[in-house]
Design a protein around this ligand. Sequence first.
Ligand SMILES: [Zn+2]
Ligand SMILES: [Zn+2]
Length: 339
Amino acid sequence: MSAKTDTPRVERFNAGGFRIYRLRLQAFPDFYAHAHLVLGADTPTLIDVGSGWADSNDDLLAGFAELQAGHGEKVSLADVGRIIITHGHLDHFGGLAFVREHTRAPIGVHALDRRVLTNFEERVVLAAKSLRTFLIHAGLDEKRLGEMMQMYTFAKGLYHSVPVDFTLREDETVAEGFRFIHVPGHCPGQVCVQLADVLFTADHVLSRITPHQSPESITRNVGLGHYFDSLRKVRDLPGVNLCLGGHQLPIRNLAKRVDEIRRSHERRLSKVLQLCAEPTTVKDVSRSLFGAVNGYNVLLALQETGAHIEYLYQRGELAVANLEEVENAQQPAVLYHRV
Ligand SMILES: [Zn+2]
Ligand SMILES: [Zn+2]
């Protein structure tokens, strides 16, 4: 689930008549994300802005400095005239408050992630309630539950809401040729952005890892079922020769990578079914799938497992083994077994 650096600080790609600069940012300690600057359109357009952490903001400024020094591009952050946010995760939009100190460029995001940017505090409070219910059902004890909730709500202090100026719609292109493809799954408002023969895949398709999944019981329009539909939606997009993700390396063969990701989830689904031969909780399945992980990775592992169990449960392949307890207990752990 990490995305360590193996990419240069600034990398240039060409798409039709557009110049694309990929800026590598340290979004969180040892976790790298990309912002992409598109030049050659009506106005310099920035796709994602990093996390807003000190290193991420510094890297963004250093990336622009290198554009001028190393690539002869006379463009600064103040010249950016449009900002596109690919989805409502902090490593992609958290830098908006910082970027707005330099430019008042209009900000666009898909409607389903709009409120995350404009009403972040509200979003964290409500999502935390759903997460708490999920973790109780997953089988966490009080102590573990407290730790996880503290970790999750810590994010509340990392961002201050900003206004959004336009929404990214599938049936409308923006300026010359930015086309948006809505691909819910990893995030409700996840979009891929197509520009000439380049597809910015954001966190929908990544080169090395399967993008993180979380159950729909926590947030509507995420979940593995939506994700599979969205993989199908982009797999055979015509005219795509290069994919640039929000993390990791460029992808040249989209269909091949989509198939690998799909197979990886199918293997994991089979393993979950095996693990549920005896009644078991999300917590215990997660431990078997991911071993002993630490810190925030515990939460990520539980969500990933929850997404797989939910997918199987929704399709009638798993059933609840302790229904009476779930009905009567205040805070029941749910035991799942294979049907
Ligand atoms: Zn993401
Ligand atoms: Zn990301």
